[in-house]
Design a protein around this ligand. Sequence first.
Ligand code: NAD
Length: 475
Amino acid sequence: MKICPLYLNGDWLVSSPFEQVINPATGEAIAQVSTIDRARVAQAIADAHEAFQSWRKLTGKARGMFLRAIADEIENRSTEIARTMTLENGKPLAQSRTEIAFAVDHLHWFAEEARRAYGRIVPQQVDGKRHLIIKSPMGVVGAITPWNFPLVLAVRKAAPALAAGNTIILKPAEQTPLSAIALAECVAAAGLPKGVFQVVLGDAPEIGQEFLQNPLCRKVTFTGSTEVGRILIAGAAQTVKPLSLELGGNAPVLIFDDIDLDRAVEGALAAKTRNTGQSCIAANRVYVQRPIYEDFLEAFTARMKSLKVGDGLEKDVDIGPLIDDAGLTKALAHIEDAVARGARALCGGKRFGDKGFFIEPTVLADVPDDALCTQEETFAPVAAISVFDTEEEAIAKANDTIYGLSAYAFTADLDRAFRLAESLEAGTIGINDGVPSTSICPFGGVKQSGWGRELGSEGMDAFLETKHVSLGLQI
Ligand code: NAD
């Protein structure tokens, strides 16, 4: 079986113990990946600090050229990287290709933004002074990423961090390290100086603590569950380490009776089933206005039944496996709980096949507010649907959660669209749009879905310090 090295200070290191990577479509191991201990992570931070001294001095334009070179490498290898991503994550091959295209677009966006780390000059209010506001890179960044979008979420951190003049150490999820290693290969081929970008793997809590406690690591950026986010916040308190946190979601979808039914069905379907329902912005709760409730249930269920489930490498598959047995067990428990509380299962509800971690696309109607699938992220192609009467009721239900990453609404009423945009408590709101993310706009959560924003021009700010330089002048 293939043994994968880690990318440390410009070298490839094979180091045991190895961690197995499992193909979720078969449950079989496909690779072994090296791991390192905390002391070696500390060495990586020291090397990144050394590399920072010269990387920060490059112009934004020069750093942007490196990002473009990484993007070119990824594009040239996209067929092979897409296959790797599908093998380790399970997502349908077409969606792996989309993720790669998205990552390439992020790199292009931040290559451009690298030239625009603007400060400003503030007019003085006393004679003999001038005030400059300048933006400086922070230093070494520790990045921790999840398995559900193994390439794009790493690039979403690495591209702006590098563009801003920082160096970065990436700790990918143990389920999907191969996409991160492919990214490191592209970084190496693009000729970035040693130590500017590194990949580590090992005991996740230990690596997290090293990032938080090592004084040379100046920022920690994390995407993952709210639960782990809370652990990092507690750890960061000791060293007052700046954190960016992209955490869990519980996205509502509101469907009003003025919308064209097909448009609502297709939008909700995209928001629910992309990445096999394992997206932080996946539709988790669908609320439909009473006059179209039964029609929506019928049309949506027909579409869910039409989805092809299978190994992501097979042609035309829409729904791949869930990431692991724990993900499958959780989704089945959510279905069982909803049905026990009175929900109607309109399709699916069971495990699919006898190998890997597949689940049938599932529609649950009349799901009560206290069901687990309404309260927590289900992270599966399980649609929890219920009815509402008024706009006020729909907004109250949508906001009745500790999370606030994304929300969706389908309506043909422009006034209502603006009311929803202003009252829904979420960092990203898709109105008549089931796929709202883009490189050019900020992404992040409110409430317990996180701190800070990625992408857009805000994505660079997350990796820049703002300094005020006050000049005393005799002029
Ligand atoms: P997770 O929190 O279990 O793991 C995420 C990463 O944190 C992994 O690399 C893991 O190894 C690491 N980790 C685990 N324990 C740690 C610790 N104590 N200290 C430091 N690192 C630790 O999440 P997951 O299951 O991989 O991903 C799914 C979650 O991520 C969902 O909640 C999803 O909503 C969220 N997510 C959020 C976004 C976003 O942009 N807001 C995007 C994708 C996923």
